[in-house]
Design a protein around this ligand. Structure first.
Ligand SMILES: [Zn+2]
Length: 380
């Protein structure tokens, strides 16, 4: 299950198509091994001559599971999930944990660590962990289990030693969390505000302390009222980055459009749970049972419990509400890479990882490459 198991490639691979580069569309040829070698133009112009579209692979910084598997179950479940998401165009992701007891988190971190070091064959690259909870507000649990607690640097450091945390969602208004935010930035972890009752003023102060993102913007946070702008208002007024779930269930398209105008590098995540890529039925989310029906997945009381979104649908949803394809691509790939400070993913240029999706002009996924390895799409 490591990249050593991939069949050796005889030489550089080549794709011809309308290629989206950081400088715009190029009709031409892309040559790559595990990294991109050359992007050679034939003619420069807009896409539209029937050639396939070649975009940077999707990057999803908030994934709990997929393909029937919940990442909290451990390494085998993670491998199932990353294979399912790769079949939908995700080339790298953050394995995202839910609120759990410390011993459960330590077990999951220990099991996930080898998968982060070695890309699973046929799956998306796991860039690290998004620790979503347990340091969240019990009044804004969403679908998170009720084992929340105040964060301590000691616990975070212990987990970070087991496997690298890249993003940590916390509620900034809780006691001691401003100090945590300052410490996390020093550890290279992005503190993100979410599952929070914090006010506009709290969010602005937390951002000054180093909090740098918002977790599933609009969901499980104080909404924007014109005399109490809340977390959402702080994000709209000040944020450069925020994540959003564009399944068109979690957030109304009008609110998505407002956020897109306000937040320069708003990027999309799936918040996908085990039911993503599966038929309707009952699935696990941490210790809870959730039910998938249509595009929604919910707790017994009707609360949305993550999503069943995949990133190819996220791209199509953004285009369906009016985004140009170039901008939609940046919001499902490039900006997430920028957020993590990764210059060699989320863009098609020489030297970057060959993380690629090839789509028909109608945006149907045709091919996916993760670090140059072609993903089998047969049962996508
Ligand atoms: Zn989540």
């Amino acid at each position: 299950m490591t990249r050593e198991a991939d069949p050796p490639s005889a030489g550089p691979q080549q794709i011809t198509g309308n290629i989206l580069t950081p400088r715009g569309w190029i009709a031409g040829d892309l040559r790559f091994h595990d990294r991109i070698e050359t992007v050679a133009a034939r003619t420069v112009g807009q896409p539209g001559d029937g050639l396939p579209l070649v975009l940077p692979g999707f990057i999803d910084l908030h994934v709990h599971g997929g393909g029937g598997a919940d990442i909290m179950e451990g390494a085998a479940a993670l491998q199932t999930a990353v294979r399912m998401h790769a079949r939908h165009g995700t080339t790298s992701l953050l394995a995202t944990t839910v609120t759990a007891e410390r011993t459960d988190l330590e077990r999951v971190f220990s099991e996930v660590a080898p998968v982060i070091r070695q890309r699973p064959s046929g799956g998306a690259r796991v860039l690290g962990i998004h620790l979503e909870g347990p340091y969240i507000n019990p009044e804004k649990l969403g679908a998170q289990p009720d084992t929340v607690r105040l964060g301590t640097l000691e616990e975070i450091q212990a987990l970070h030693t087991l496997a690298p945390i890249r993003v940590l969602t916390l509620a900034p208004e809780l006691e001691g969390h401003f100090e945590l935010i300052r410490a996390l930035r020093g550890m290279g972890i992005m503190p993100q505000m979410g599952h929070t009752t914090g006010s506009y003023e709290t969010a602005v102060a937390a951002a000054e302390a180093g909090a740098c993102g918002y977790t599933h913007l609009f969901n499980a946070m104080t909404p924007m009222h014109h005399r109490a702008p809340g977390m959402v208002g702080a994000a709209m007024a000040h944020a450069e980055f925020a994540e959003l779930i564009p399944d068109l269930l979690h957030v109304h398209p009008g609110a998505i459009r407002a956020a897109l105008r306000a937040i320069p590098k708003l990027y999309c995540v799936t918040d996908a749970t085990a039911g993503a890529g599966m038929s309707d039925g009952a699935y696990r989310l941490g210790t809870q049972t959730v039910t998938k029906c249509g595009n929604g997945i919910r707790l017994a009381d009707g609360t949305l419990a993550g999503s069943t979104l995949t990133m190819d649908d996220a791209l199509r949803n953004l285009v369906s509400i009016g985004l140009p394809l170039e901008e939609a691509s940046r919001r499902v790939s490039t900006y997430a890479a920028d957020y993590l400070g990764l210059q060699d993913r989320g863009r098609i240029e020489a030297g970057a990882w060959a993380d690629l999706v090839v789509l028909s002009p109608e945006l149907k996924l045709m091919k996916v490459y993760v670090e140059g390895a072609c993903i089998e799409l047969a049962d996508a």
